[in-house]
Design a binder for this molecule. Structure first.
Ligand code: ZN
Length: 110
């Protein structure tokens, strides 16, 4: 899967999208409390529902080449709100798990 290999590493996600330490911490908290769930996956697009204290928000992550597009229904003016940040981290973990499942042959090649 092409999208998997081009998906940024966690470090890049932090550097490029989750520029604020507090956003990153909030995102981690949302994931630790299992409040971030992937609901669907389509061609280069991922839909999440993120529960927050007061409401549920819908996050959509689109993958276009090296660049990700993020949108969240909370209407935050941040480039990356904690909900989108949580979805990004969750997606990164999912790809890490997929990569671990990749056969031994590809492992030797790299
Ligand atoms: Zn949000």
């Amino acid at each position: 899967m092409k999208s998997v290999s081009s998906f940024p590493e966690l470090m890049e996600i932090q550097n490029d999208y989750e520029k604020s330490e507090s956003v990153f911490r909030q995102a981690q908290r949302l994931i630790d409390n299992e409040m971030c769930t992937m609901v669907s996956e389509s061609n280069g697009g991922f839909d999440f529902i993120v529960e927050d204290r007061f409401d549920d928000f819908r996050v959509v992550i689109g993958i276009a080449g090296k660049r990700l597009s993020l949108s969240c229904s909370c209407g935050s003016r941040l480039d990356c709100c904690p909900h989108a940040a949580a979805a990004l981290i969750l997606l990164r973990r999912k790809f890490d798990e997929e990569r671990r499942r990749v056969s031994v042959s590809t492992f030797i090649q790299s």
